[in-house]
Each structure stands twice: as structure tokens, then as C-alpha cells.
Design a protein around this ligand. Structure first.
Ligand SMILES: Nc1ncnc2c1ncn2[C@@H]1O[C@H](COP(=O)(O)OP(=O)(O)OP(=O)(O)O)[C@@H](O)[C@H]1O
Length: 308
């Protein structure tokens, strides 16, 4: 049995289809990241899995349960970190945790969860006085109180400084190593690269690409870029193993960018061309595709407002 199963899920808000028939599965102890452009439908998908919304159509299962209809059975096994924290501003951190402990079966001790998320010094601070990153950490502490089998994290590290983000990644890695299944959404591609066993990139309600980071990046080609030399008209730039240059302007200079299959042969052609024309190639870079390249390519493929 898959811990999380989504099959042909569709969700509408009135006439607007926010999720347009997506499918994916997450196995026990796996971390799956949902990436996507703004408004792609990630939170709507997460809210459906968390049992806050009934599936418009399609099938959704978490630990074998329908999360909306069987919420009562499922809820104690879930940890949920929403995008916006909803704390009582006048309660202290300790009071907030204590209040949540009352509603949680066999909860972790207060000191244990605050220690896990790195807030042991803040017990007497009122929640309204916490920084944005500390609020996210308190939110994570509350999601971990019930030792969840499945953890939903909606942009868990937004507002955190790099140190807090790395500390949070460490906590999440340890939870996954202990067998917790995690579904997270993030806008930080590095977060997905660091944590995800598998990921999916959503755009306008659809999953455009999915797999391991290596799967997703494979087949995207490598990148060669350089500043176009002043005396070379753009129309005279070479093709590299059949690839044509895309021209971008950076700091007032034209930059040629090629998406090529296989760096070595393409670089060889480029360097031979430069040698032949006695050109120095400023800012020459050659590298493999990154998750960011795939993300930007996916977002550009069907821009907002375009008809599919
Ligand atoms: N309650 C609602 N009523 C109407 N439209 C909504 C509602 N909630 C979300 N939407 C719309 O549905 C689409 C998907 O929203 P959703 O919040 O799921 O996207 P997201 O991928 O989480 O976006 P972001 O990365 O910006 O948080 C958006 O266009 C959003 O404006």
C-alpha cells in the first residue's frame, strides 16, 4: 500500500480549475516535494490530502483512508504545517505548546519538541514577538507533537535565515530516516534538491515533470553560455552540434546561451569556431542542467494565460 496516493485529482473554485487531473504516489518513509509556480495548485492539493477539502473528482488516499470522509481516524496520524501559522498572539511559546498537547493523544513532551526545532530558549516569549522564522519553527513543533506517520509541510522554511533552514532540513532528514513519510511544498529549489527522494513540478494545475532530481534533470541538456564578442553580429554565431544560440541581455551585454546534448563535442565546435575567428570568449561557462533550468523551462513552456 502506498502511504499517499493521488489519482486523477481535480479541484475547482467555481469555474476555475485549480488542479487539473494530477496523479502521484508516495511510499512509506519517502520524502516527496511538490514544486511549482505561484498558483500552480500545490496548496489546494495539500489541503485535499490533509482532509480540509473533498476531492472534486479522482481518488485521494492517505494511509489507505479517504482523508475527507475518514478524517477522524486519520487525523491523529498526521502532522500538518500550514502555510500561515494561526497562533494566539498573547500566549507564550510554552502556553501554545501546552494548549496543543491537550488535544493530542500521547504527545511529545514540550521540552522535547521545542528542543527538536531549536526553540528551547523561547518558552516565555509571546508568539507575536517571534520572528517569522521562529514562528515557522513553532509551527513545525506543533506538527511534530503527535509523532505523526505522515507529515505535510507547506513551505516550511519560508522566512527562515540560511542557518535555520539548514537546521530544519536536518530535522526533516532525521524524521524521514525514522520512517516518517513527508510531503512538502517549497519555492526553494535547493530545498527539494537537498531533501526530496522524488519530486513533481506543477504548473497551472498539472504535473509537468516528476521523478528523482536526476530523472527530472536528465534529458534537459547541458548549458553553454558566453558574452557575444562586440565585433560578432548575432546572426554569425555558430550552431553547436545543431543547437542554435538563444540571446539574452545581461548588464547591457548580449549573452549567447546554448542548450546542447553532450558538452564535450559542442565545446570543441565552439572553441574551433573561436580559434578560427581569433576571438576571446568572455564569461564562457559550460555546465550540466540544474533543477532551476528545468523549473524555468517548465514555467516558460505554458505561460500564464496561454491556451494549452
Ligand atoms: N478559495 C479559493 N477561491 C478561489 N480561488 C482559489 C482559492 N484558493 C486558491 N485559489 C486559486 O487556485 C489556484 C491554486 O492556488 P494554490 O494556493 O493551490 O496554489 P499554490 O501552488 O499553492 O500557489 P503558491 O505557490 O503561490 O502558494 C490559484 O490560482 C489561486 O488563486
Amino acid at each position: 500500500m502506498q502511504t499517499i496516493l493521488v489519482n486523477e485529482l481535480r479541484q475547482r473554485y467555481g469555474d476555475f480549475e485549480a488542479v487539473g487531473g494530477i496523479s502521484f504516489e508516495v511510499g512509506e518513509g519517502e520524502l516527496f516535494a511538490l514544486l511549482g509556480t505561484n498558483g500552480a495548485g500545490k496548496t489546494t492539493t495539500l489541503e485535499t490530502l490533509e482532509g480540509f477539502r473533498n476531492a472534486g473528482s479522482g481518488t485521494v488516499r492517505v494511509l489507505g483512508h479517504d482523508p475527507y470522509r475518514e478524517r477522524r481516524a486519520l487525523r491523529p496520524q498526521l502532522g500538518i504545517m500550514l502555510q500561515e501559522a494561526g497562533f494566539f498572539a498573547d500566549l507564550t511559546v510554552a502556553e501554545t505548546v501546552d494548549q496543543w498537547r491537550r488535544f493530542t493523544p500521547s504527545p511529545r513532551e514540550r521540552d522535547e519538541v521545542l528542543g527538536m526545532v531549536g526553540l528551547p530558549q523561547q518558552t516565555e516569549v509571546r508568539t507575536r514577538q517571534l520572528s517569522g522564522g521562529q514562528k515557522r519553527r513553532l509551527d513545525l513543533a506543533l506538527a511534530l507533537l503527535g509523532r505523526p506517520r505522515v507529515l505535510f509541510l507547506d513551505e516550511p522554511t519560508t522566512g527562515m535565515d540560511p542557518e535555520a533552514r539548514h537546521a530544519t532540513w536536518k530535522i526533516v532528514r532525521e524524521l524521514v530516516a525514522d520512517g516518517t513519510t513527508v510531503l512538502l511544498t517549497t519555492h526553494y529549489l535547493e530545498e527539494a534538491e537537498q531533501l526530496a527522494d522524488r519530486l513533481a513540478i506543477m504548473h497551472r494545475g498539472r504535473i509537468e515533470v516528476a521523478g528523482t532530481v536526476a530523472d527530472v534533470v536528465a534529458g534537459q541538456g547541458d548549458r553553454i553560455t558566453f558574452r557575444v564578442p562586440d565585433r560578432v553580429p548575432v546572426s554569425d554565431l555558430p550552431t553547436l552540434c545543431g543547437a542554435v544560440a538563444d540571446i539574452a541581455v545581461e548588464s547591457g551585454r548580449a549573452v549567447a546561451g546554448y542548450r546542447v546534448q553532450g558538452l564535450q563535442a559542442s565545446l570543441y565546435e565552439l572553441l574551433r569556431w573561436a580559434e578560427h575567428h581569433r576571438l576571446e570568449l568572455d564569461g564562457l561557462q559550460a555546465r550540466s542542467a540544474s533543477l532551476e533550468d528545468v523549473f524555468l523551462h517548465t514555467a516558460a513552456a505554458t505561460p500564464e494565460g496561454a491556451v494549452r
